[in-house]
Write a protein that binds this ligand. Structure first.
Ligand code: ADP
Length: 354
């Protein structure tokens, strides 16, 4: 088959995540290895609008596999969502003969990729966000690193909580998703985890903490997900008043967005980057590369975004119209399985926090 692509682009967009650089490196080297040129598009979709692009060689991605952030920068570009901005982006693709783009980011980035594909620039998305809030993939790039940073920080807080017989209420990122709070809560032995997906029983938590204190427990960690918007400081005060345990509040915020990616994130990024190039050069587009049960597989972006809205309870009228009853049933089954797995993990967290 005659190769359709001579040159592709790569960009990172939306919130940055550790491992994005490893993904860029993988895309660049995988494409060049297959005889295709790669242009880096700086600052996400803004780089396309403002003609901020650069031809990359293998050397341009030297020594970035282990660095956090994104070396080709990221941005939230509202102009890209409007038709004039989109036209400028397409003009830049034409100017440089960029026939396809690998876009690394979250669901917003994938919507942009879908828009570009519709207008003739083939796009494939790679999930890069610490929040792990992309339903179609078991893990997104950056999630593992962010969680490892959280447990390092919280282990330190535990040391001082234990010394002073204190409680520390810790708020962690994740936007509306509680994956980081849930998994790091288990991994740090949190006394309780408050997140948006499952109703939080504050009274039961306080009673449990009173009992644990009576039994001699000194230090407490309570994880709170960002999605609960401002609940952390409120909970800290209530715990202190009701349990008599001196309580502090810590918001880890963007600290966990940076830093060197873990092995898992470097590997995931390397595999996904290669798969994205593979698919693009095979003439495919409008796909998001996912990790599903350990395999790296492509999924239609529209399907992935609809599945995501279904999981988050955000489906709008007509969203399911393009899909067959079998596809809708498969989506419902996947959402139910994902909710059940989340809930099982939450039960384990409760069971172990004694
Ligand atoms: P993330 O990709 O992490 O979800 P955003 O939601 O901020 O982050 O999206 C990143 C960028 O993708 C936006 O700044 C914008 O340029 C583009 N984008 C987001 N939503 C859309 C959309 N509905 N249509 C076209 N482009 C979009």
């Amino acid at each position: 088959m005659a190769q359709k692509f001579r040159r592709i682009g790569v960009l990172t967009s939306g919130g940055d995540a550790p491992g994005m650089n490893a993904a860029v490196r993988s895309v660049v080297r995988s494409a060049i290895g297959r005889g295709v040129e790669v242009m880096a598009i700086y600052g996400g979709y803004r780089g396309l609008i403002e003609d901020d692009v650069k031809m990359f060689t293998e050397r341009d991605v030297s020594n970035i596999i282990g660095t956090g952030g994104t070396a080709i920068y990221s941005d939230r570009c509202l102009e890209f969502k409007e038709e004039p901005g989109m036209q400028k982006a397409i003009a830049t693709c034409k100017k440089y003969d960029i026939d396809g783009i690998v876009t690394i980011g979250g669901d917003g980035t994938f919507r942009g990729a879908m828009d570009l594909t519709k207008r003739g620039v083939a796009c494939i998305g790679i999930p890069g966000t610490i929040d792990n809030d992309i339903t179609s993939t078991d893990h997104s790039i950056g999630f593992d690193t962010a969680m490892n940073t959280v447990i390092e920080m919280v282990d330190r807080l535990r040391d001082t909580c234990e010394s002073h017989a204190r409680c520390n209420v810790v708020e962690v990122m994740g936007r509306d998703a509680g994956y980081i709070a849930l998994q790091t809560g288990i991994a740090t032995g949190a006394a309780a985890i408050a997140l948006k997906e499952i109703p939080f029983d504050e009274e039961a938590t306080i009673q449990k903490m009173i009992k644990m204190k009576e039994q001699g427990k000194r230090g407490f960690i309570v994880m709170v997900a960002e999605g609960l918007e401002g609940y952390g400081p409120v909970l800290r005060q209530r715990i202190q008043e009701r349990t008599g345990v001196e309580s502090k509040y810590a918001c880890l915020a963007h600290v966990v967005r940076g830093g060197n990616p873990t092995l898992r994130d470097r590997l995931l990024a390397s595999r996904m980057g290669d798969k994205a190039v593979d698919m693009l050069l095979a003439g495919q587009s409008n796909l998001v590369i996912c990790e599903r049960k350990g395999d790296i597989v492509p999924l239609d972006i529209h399907y992935a975004l609809t599945l995501d809205r279904m999981y988050k309870g955000k489906l709008k009228d007509g969203d399911l119209d393009p899909f067959t009853p079998e596809q809708i049933a498969a989506m419902e089954e996947e959402c139910a399985a994902k909710r059940a797995a989340f809930s099982d993990l939450y039960d384990i967290a409760n069971l172990l926090s004694k």
